[in-house]
Design a protein around this ligand. Structure first.
Ligand SMILES: [Fe+2]
Length: 462
């Protein structure tokens, strides 16, 4: 009996690590069976898709088998096999192999089935479906703000709610801070647990946040070692910013992903990114331009301001008629414009800015002039429908209620007709999160009440 107890304790210790101040068991040990399977959009979404997955380090084969999806289990069109490569990671628990295959020469607007593995009998995943992008006719996508904390416990309902609302969405965009500790295998395990097979069925698009950066033991501060091996995003950005700063032309829309953390910590990356942004905004003829970035141009949380970044990016956004900027970081919901909107205003000159949050970390709102509608102390997800001449935006509370909505219709001069569709029966939710209530000093309360009163007054007049 004592021997058995010793064995149990030894195994428990073996699979536990001192992780960030507490004992974290390895809930998701890698095995020879692929897990953490995720699809990424590449630069050519009508004819390519990126496939990544994880195995234990003993697996050295990286293959994707795929065929045009067919209801017959005999796959009458035949199965093709494409090899890839893997990257080894030494995590806080063990070593794992992270495999990547880019499927190329696919047909647009086509449903495929695929599985990943090492080509041996036991090493295959289940078969899943995905669809390549359509050439035209419109598309839809889901947008999730920071997930970051309590990913399994509290973010699961956000990603699953979003998928349940729009299971036909063409892809899911994550606005950075997917995890809290950039190199924590435990947290990436939770991110994949929450999304499960959604990650392997609906392509992902993501930009990096500050929490995708980690301080290493040698003092360096770098992008998460998980980012490159986990995703297969484009490498068409400036030097040194592969898979974090990139563009994708999806039907009639140019998506531009910026790496705001690199901008803020590295003057060379800031300069390169600004120069690249200028040419990327200028050299395209897509109808719509949507910028994806973590730190917002206008902060939604009190006491924050990314002035240096705003001074670099905003004039370019305005000059080149960026339509929408989808952001995160401030753990609140807010949307609005550079020049505060007036009541009944139906034309927009510049971009519509949105900040959102999908995880459970909650902050208080800045309630600044740029904001047209806000929310605090709630988790949300958003769906966007992009058509030939309009974009329809809807924000939902994770409990499924529509919270905010608007449409943009592009005019020939680059400006947009704006249609407010805020649900009339949904009042603004401007609660102070419980964790902040505990910390607020009387001075904090005073400031918040002043901001709140000024915001309400402005709303009344506008
Ligand atoms: Fe952040």
């Amino acid at each position: 009996m004592n021997k058995l107890l010793t064995l149990v304790v030894s195994i428990t210790l073996l699979f536990s690590v001192k992780g960030y101040g507490q004992e974290v068991p390895d809930f998701y040990p890698p095995s020879i069976v692929p897990d953490r399977i995720v699809l990424s959009l590449t630069q050519y979404p009508t004819r390519e898709i990126g496939v990544n997955w994880r195995t234990s380090a003993e697996v050295t084969g990286s293959y994707v088998e795929f065929a045009k999806a067919d209801p017959s289990p005999n796959f009458p069109d035949g199965v093709k096999s494409t090899p890839g490569h893997f990257t080894g990671l030494h995590t806080e628990f063990d070593s794992s192999h992270h495999h990547e295959v880019i499927l190329k020469e696919l047909s647009s607007s086509t449903q495929y089935m695929y599985r990943v593995g090492d080509s041996t009998e036991l090493g295959w995943s289940e078969w899943s479906h995905f669809s390549t992008a359509k050439n035209d006719g419109g598309f839809s996508f889901l947008y999730l703000g920071d997930a970051q904390n309590d990913l399994k416990s509290m973010w699961s309902r956000a990603i699953r709610g979003a998928y349940s609302t729009r299971p036909d969405a063409d892809f899911i965009f994550h606005a950075g801070d997917l995890v809290d500790k950039a190199d924590s295998d435990a947290e990436w395990g939770d991110w994949f647990y929450a999304g499960g097979w959604i990650h392997s069925s609906v392509p992902t698009l993501a930009c990096t946040g500050n929490h995708e950066y980690a301080r290493r033991s040698d003092g360096s501060y770098n992008l998460s070692s998980f980012w490159g091996p986990t995703f297969a995003f484009p490498t068409n950005g400036p030097k040194g910013l592969d898979e974090t700063t990139y563009y994708i032309d999806y039907q009639n829309t140019r998506f531009i992903s910026l790496n705001t953390q690199a901008f803020l910590i590295d003057p060379t990356a800031a300069e390169r990114q600004t120069r690249w942004l200028k040419s990327t905004l200028k050299n395209h003829e897509q109808k719509w331009t949507i910028v994806l970035m973590h730190h917002p141009i206008y902060s939604a949380k009190s006491g924050r301001d990314n002035m240096q970044m705003r001074e670099a990016f905003l004039p370019l956004f305005e000059k080149h008629h960026v339509d929408l900027v989808l952001q995160g970081h401030d753990h609140t919901y807010a949307r609005g414009t550079s020049t505060p909107m007036s009541k009944g205003q139906n034309v927009l000159d510049g971009p519509m800015f949105v900040v959102s949050v999908s995880g459970p970390k909650m902050y208080d709102l800045s309630l600044e002039d740029w904001m047209t509608r806000g929310a605090s102390d709630v988790q949300l997800y958003q769906e966007l429908d992009v058509g030939p001449t309009s974009i329809a935006f809807k924000a939902y509370l994770v409990t499924g209620e529509l919270y905010d909505a608007f449409e943009l219709h592009k005019m020939n001069d680059g400006r947009k007709i704006y249609v407010d569709q805020t649900p009339e029966d949904q009042p603004e939710l401007l609660g102070i999160p419980e964790a902040l209530r505990q910390k607020f000093t009387s001075q904090d309360w005073k400031k918040y009440k002043e901001r709140f009163a000024a915001y309400k007054e402005r709303k009344k007049n506008n």
